[in-house]
Design a protein around this ligand. Structure first.
Ligand SMILES: NC(=O)c1ccc[n+]([C@@H]2O[C@H](COP(=O)([O-])OP(=O)(O)OC[C@H]3O[C@@H](n4cnc5c(N)ncnc54)[C@H](O)[C@@H]3O)[C@@H](O)[C@H]2O)c1
Length: 383
């Protein structure tokens, strides 16, 4: 068995996503499971090169995981011949500049979403990467969640008949930071620092809707900043300038209507932090991160509206659980493995920069719809 080492810059590794999901749960987890096996017997072995701004944090993090390669100097890391992939999990605002540098250095690139702050920037990166002949990828982790895999299985199996609508609830209460620390970074709540729930979540909604239900043709959206003042990591109050909730309607191919609420100012009375209800002519499903429940046409109850009588039916109990039928690994890790196979063995990988740019476009158009109070059509984006 041949081991094929591949150097990977992990920029922004001290952040929430960079550390937990990408370094620990993906790259180190891949090493712990023996690498990524290819059909010819080769094993891809990721060699992380940690990049960040804070020397102390990087050293401590590297030592904690027995890693030796780290630097605060991105340019020198990009100059290394043994580094073939640049990965970016920095704050969104820093991304475009760093990716551009990585393209110039001829590295293959994988990145967190959103790819860039606006569509023009994202499209520009897609074109530059194309011209440089490098391979690109953007994180689309939700597609690999067990709940959504089961939903996809139902769609592929024809369970729904004609799909009519999708209703999604995403969100939870993000503490203001005064009497309990906030559980998300403060830049998320400042427009000037690349924050906002539309920019954060619409790229996810874009690929979820497109991959499962069909192309997004139009968007209507209302945004709000429900919590106008928050307290940052240093205990200082700051005005929240970015949207912390978005109430949107997406019109999809085939007449499917998707209505998705995203909010960091909502308390959870649901089974999971995100849930999608899909209604079709033959059946319905409610999918979360892990679970998926269904109700078929044949077993659909017939409630009659009568506010004078107490509810006699346990509606939730009338749904059946979709079985796992397979083992689901961490979604970030599964996508990393696919990207590594794409880079090393040329296997297909469709979640590239152009796909990422379409997600950025939907966020941009969603914000425009909200600002102008209009329904906005989504034009085709070509490289
Ligand atoms: N796929 C997902 O589900 C998901 C979830 C959350 C965030 N994200 C994305 O991941 C990226 C990082 O988000 P996070 O929540 O990990 O953020 P974070 O604040 O925890 O981490 C940000 C990282 O960027 C670095 N950084 C570089 N330049 C910086 C600067 N000028 N100011 C502040 N930090 C700087 C920080 O040191 C840190 O390592 C964002 O682009 C976000 O959209 C994706």
């Amino acid at each position: 068995m041949t081991r094929r080492s591949i150097g990977i810059i992990v920029n922004g590794v001290t952040g929430r996503m960079g550390y937990r999901q990408h370094l620990v749960r993906s790259l180190l987890a891949i090493r712990a499971s023996g690498g990524v096996a290819l059909a010819d017997g080769t094993t891809i072995w990721p060699e992380p090169v940690l990049v960040g701004r804070n020397e102390t944090k990087l050293r401590e993090l590297a030592e904690r995981h027995g890693l030796t390669e780290w630097t605060t100097d991105l340019t020198s890391a990009l100059a290394r011949d043994d580094v073939e992939i640049y990965f970016d999990a920095q704050v969104t605002q820093q991304r475009e500049k760093a990716i551009r540098q990585a393209i110039e250095a001829g590295k293959h690139i994988y990145t967190e979403k959103p790819l860039a702050e606006d569509t023009a920037g994202a499209l520009d990166l897609a074109r530059a990467a194309d011209a440089a002949g490098i391979r690109t990828g953007v994180v689309q982790d939700k597609l690999f969640l067990p709940g959504l895999r089961k939903l996809k299985r139902l769609i592929d199996g024809g369970f729904f008949g004609r799909i009519l609508s999708v209703r999604g609830e995403f969100g939870y209460w993000v503490f203001e930071g005064d009497w309990q620390p906030a559980q998300r970074p403060s830049w998320n709540y400042r427009l000037e620092d690349g924050g906002g729930i539309v920019v954060d979540m619409f790229p996810h909604w874009h690929y979820v809707l497109e991959e499962l239900f069909g192309r997004v043709n139009a968007v209507s959206c209302l945004t709000a900043t429900h919590v106008p003042e928050r307290v940052d990591e240093d205990g200082r109050s700051y005005p929240a300038t970015a949207d912390d909730a978005a109430y949107a309607i997406f019109e999809l191919d085939g007449g499917v209507v998707a209505q998705l609420n995203s909010s960091w100012a909502v308390r959870v009375y649901r089974d999971e932090l995100v849930e999608f209800q899909v209604d079709g002519t033959e059946g319905s499903a409610v999918a979360g991160l892990r679970n998926c429940r269904v109700q078929h046409r044949a077993v659909t109850p017939k409630p009659v509206w009568n506010p004078d009588l107490p509810v006699t039916e346990d509606f939730r109990a009338q749904w059946a659980e979709v079985p796992d039928n397979e083992e689901f690994d961490n979604g970030f890790k599964v996508q990393w493995e696919a990207f590594l196979r794409h880079v090393v063995a040329g296997e297909p990988f469709r979640w590239d920069f152009l796909a990422g740019a379409r997600g950025v476009q939907l966020a941009e158009l969603g914000l425009r719809a909200a600002r102008e109070g209009v329904r906005v059509e989504v034009p085709e984006l070509n490289s």
